[in-house]
Design a binder for this molecule. Structure first.
Ligand code: TNX
Length: 571
């Protein structure tokens, strides 16, 4: 046996001893205790305690399931399904210490375990799943690997919060019995990370992807370029990244992704059924590109690198052919690196470009994207430009009465909703939130939850809404812990807006379900804002926090991150 295997076997043995010691009095037979004896204590998590809330939940308190130390994860013989099975095992192994082998046979076995069954059925749509938890086994079914992936996120939340521990812990790994049948309300459920104002390296982005996956989001929009930084290497314009990406807001260190880095992000996201949507912001927000290539500037003079936070002053010259070579080269390379369908061309706040010139520029860039076989997305400022097949507007206004966007929808556009006053994760929670903006108002958890994407925009029918996206602009956000502090707990609120049927919308139910996640985040060492509008479980004592925003105290006067609550044993 290799050292690694021996360590795994030791862990499994230790975990088994712990589990059986909890289940059976000393001296009685191990691992053969009848199910009824094993389930003397009910599951600590209720079947409906899932965020985003599932479409249909049918609890059966007589059917709680105890995960056994010798459980096997059986998966349909399909590579994508097996990858989901491996991810489930990887989620459950650290805390349980169980070996949880993954096999590609779904035949039920006498030892129970968890079956992941790729049915190929389409009745639950491209992302739906069905989960059946019974005393003798757990079965997850879906027509697609994406559906299985989402079902695994549900399963993860149904285990006691201690499942988030990176180390083996003593707990009874009981799942609540019953069935869940679930599918999303919207096909587009995203978050945006601005890596231009401040740069975040690959491990930080991968961790953000983990947070998205946990709440069943399926799009990561990367805002790759802005005045303060160009963050992706472009072979045909080699000065963009090293020169344009050298700095950041406030004179902080810059950086950029190599094309290999970017591919790694895309692959990691794809393995979690998340599509990366790259944004190259045009024609404004381009100071960093002009620093690297003054030939694109209207006056051909290199501006100084920009480290402030103003917007709207820069633009690439729309009157020059060379600009369109630049756009075609950059978007061509980005398209080649990006398997997803969408290219985001920005389009916001080009205040110095006259309206007609701007509309012609956008129309031409839209044609470049179409020529690359991709679907164009832009901020809703692109609305006045000519319609092109499939184009998508990302609406970030604060007043749902927007006739220009409504007219673009009448001409065929669809919309993604990122209302600044509900979905902007860079807004402060409260006046004393130590980082963030307030131009769109303060956004506490309730404000991020209480709005309806289906009716938000006047004159835009529900069927023109692709879904929701939560942008995190990073002028004031400089570390991973700060990203997490702004994301959590609002990201789950927006995820529920994107996933759950409107009929389930209920603030009191949501805040109660969300509260349990504080314990999960704390256990996993994830920073979050423990504001007063959610009934977080009382801290049971300090736990060491691997990551915390520096010097934060939230408005409740508590430390927000990673050490708000000790996971109650088994709960
Ligand atoms: C507006 S929202 C911007 C960004 C800023 C953000 C700050 C949008 C499309 N443009 O350039 O970072 O406000 O909240």
């Amino acid at each position: 046996m290799a050292a690694g295997e021996r360590a795994a076997a030791d862990l499994a043995g230790a975990a088994e001893r712990t589990a059986t010691a909890q289940l059976t009095p000393p001296g009685t037979a191990q691992l053969t205790a009848p199910a009824t004896a094993q389930l003397a204590t009910p599951a600590p998590v209720r079947l409906g305690d899932v965020v985003p809330t599932p479409d249909r939940v049918t609890p059966d308190p007589t059917a709680d399931h105890l995960l056994r130390p010798d459980a096997v994860i059986r998966v349909s013989a399909d590579p994508a399904a097996l990858a989901v099975g491996e991810q489930l095992a990887a989620l459950l192994r650290p805390a349980t210490g169980y070996p949880l082998p993954v096999t590609d046979s779904v035949t039920p076995s006498p030892t129970g375990g968890i079956a992941l069954d790729l049915t190929g059925d389409t009745d639950l749509g491209p992302e739906g799943y069905r989960l059946d938890i019974a005393t003798d086994r757990v079965r997850l079914r879906a027509g697609t690997a994406a559906g299985l992936h989402h079902g695994v996120q549900t399963l993860r939340q149904l285990f006691p919060a201690a499942i988030e521990s990176p180390r083996p812990v003593t707990a009874r790994w009981v799942l609540p019995g019953g069935s869940i049948v679930d599918r999303p309300r919207y096909p587009w459920r995203g978050a945006m990370l601005d890596v231009a104002r401040h740069f975040f390296d690959v491990p930080d982005v991968l961790r953000v992807i983990d947070h998205l996956a946990r709440y069943k989001l399926n799009r990561l929009h990367l805002h790759l370029t802005d005045d303060q930084g160009w963050r992706i290497a472009i072979d045909s314009w080699p000065r963009l990244a090293p020169i344009g990406g050298a700095g950041a807001v406030g004179g902080d260190p810059g950086g950029h992704y190599t094309q290999a880095d970017y591919r790694r992000i895309v692959a990691y996201a794809a393995a979690r059924h998340i599509t990366v949507v790259p944004e190259i912001d045009l024609p404004g927000h381009t100071n960093a590109a002009l620093v690297a290539y003054p030939e694109l500037a209207p006056d051909r003079v290199a501006p100084p690198p920009y480290t402030g936070t103003e917007v709207g002053f820069s633009y690439v010259d729309p009157a020059r052919e060379r600009t369109y070579d630049f756009v075609a080269d950059v978007l061509g390379e980005i398209a080649a690196l990006t398997p997803g369908r969408w290219l985001h061309i920005g389009g916001d706040e080009a205040f110095k470009v006259p309206a007609e010139v701007y509309a012609r520029f956008v129309a031409r860039v839209q044609r470049i994207v179409a020529g690359l076989g991709r679907t164009v997305i832009g901020w809703h400022q692109i609305a006045p430009a000519a319609h092109t097949d499939g184009r998508v507007l990302q609406w970030w206004g604060t007043n749902g009465d927007d006739p220009v966007t409504a007219e673009a929808v009448r001409r065929g556009a669809t919309v993604i909703l990122s209302p600044g006053n509900h979905a902007y994760l860079d807004m402060k929670y409260a006046p004393d939130t130590p980082i963030g903006h307030d131009w769109a108002g303060l956004i506490d958890v309730r404000r991020s939850y209480d709005w309806d994407p289906g009716t938000h925009l006047t004159g835009v029918p529900a069927d023109a809404v692709l879904g929701v996206e939560a942008p995190l602009w990073t002028e004031s956000v400089t570390t991973l812990a700060e990203i997490e502090f702004m994301l959590l707990p609002r990201l789950p609120a927006l995820a529920e807006q994107g996933w759950s049927p409107r009929s389930t919308h209920d603030w009191d139910g949501f805040r109660r379900r969300l509260a349990g996640h504080g314990t999960r985040w704390a256990t996993a060492g994830i920073a979050y804002h423990s504001g007063p509008d959610v009934p977080w479980p009382a801290p049971a004592g300090p736990v060491p926090a691997p990551r915390q925003p520096s010097g934060f105290a939230d408005q409740a006067g508590r430390e927000p991150a990673g050490r708000t609550a000790e996971p109650p044993a088994g709960g």
